[in-house]
Design a protein around this ligand. Sequence first.
Ligand SMILES: Nc1nc2c(ncn2[C@@H]2O[C@H](COP(=O)(O)OP(=O)(O)OP(=O)(O)O)[C@@H](O)[C@H]2O)c(=O)[nH]1
Ligand SMILES: [Mg+2]
Length: 360
Amino acid sequence: MALKTGLVGLPNVGKSTFCTVDPHVAITEVPDKRLDQLAEIFGSKKVIPTTVQFVDIAGLVKGASKGEGLGNQFLGNIMEVDLVLHVLRCFEDADITHVHNEVNPLDDFEVIVTELMLKDLESVVKRKERLANFLKGAKSKNASTQQVKEWETEQDLMNKIEEALSNSNHDQVISLFNKLKETGINSIPLLSGKKFLVIANLSEDDYAENNYKNNQHYQALVEKFGQERVIPVSAKIESELAQMNDDEAQEMLDSLGITEKGLDNIIERAYNNLGLITFFTCGPKEAHAWSITHNSKAPEAGGEIHSDLQRGFICAEVYNCEDLFQVGTEQKLKETGKLRTEGKEYVIKDGDVINIRFNV
Ligand SMILES: Nc1nc2c(ncn2[C@@H]2O[C@H](COP(=O)(O)OP(=O)(O)OP(=O)(O)O)[C@@H](O)[C@H]2O)c(=O)[nH]1
Ligand SMILES: [Mg+2]
């Protein structure tokens, strides 16, 4: 899956500044040194990394769930993403208007999440009505016991989600929504049920030399969401870095005392948060990286490449790229048994290089 993220936040917090490549969607290649190393070993003509899409969603305002500021349309855009990136303004700048006249990222977050939850509440109420109707007509329509059971399970979870939404209990909404997804029941999507990370947009000065650690807004965010969830960036610096080649970018990072690009940091955490891992397919034509969720089996990996590979899956020849880097050739891997054949129950590991045999 090519990961799709959405930048969400109040107006003027720095979403578009961060997402410079195109006014609406920026597609970023996921940096992976292993892929370059593999391409070198195989002499691959083409190198195809995985990508992350950043969708720049227009600023939301209070009342968005009631259609304020084209809110309905913008909220719809959030539906389509795998991961929400809440962009929160942590920089002071008298020239850039803050819609609430004060920099307060925690309050800003509440405003946005409240709109998401209000919208979800509407959807949940509608869904509950439909479920009640389904259940009422179940007998006359001869619905299967299995089907009735699913509707009841969903109804039960919808009741709980409705309560969590009414209590503005965001964490509970997320956990209940995950439960619903785990049942495999095909229900409605929820905006506030999506996984999210928090992007703290800091001033250039605060970002350089890791000064952000002393920024009170950043500290407040870490206290609320935990270090893992909060990613410090300077949208301004990122937008400049995006226009540079690798050498220029490195020079700028060095001069500012920055050890890691905010963008790389976001990608890495997004992968971790969604439980994504990378596997590779390699040959003289191309070295190709693919992402897949943790715990996926070999046929699903095949499905990422082409549906035929999943449908007609026979077996997979597999080894880990780290083993190849140690010995240098596939021949040596065969001799030591590190290159082996696996069946349809094999769970793909991060860094696996696979070759799928199939028949359709
Ligand atoms: N001083 C300062 N200004 C910034 C920073 N990040 C963004 N800005 C400025 O803030 C203004 C708004 O930034 P945008 O990126 O357009 O904001 P947005 O979140 O896309 O806003 P909407 O599209 O209206 O929702 C621009 O003038 C940016 O140059 C920053 O880190 N420091
Ligand atoms: Mg914008």
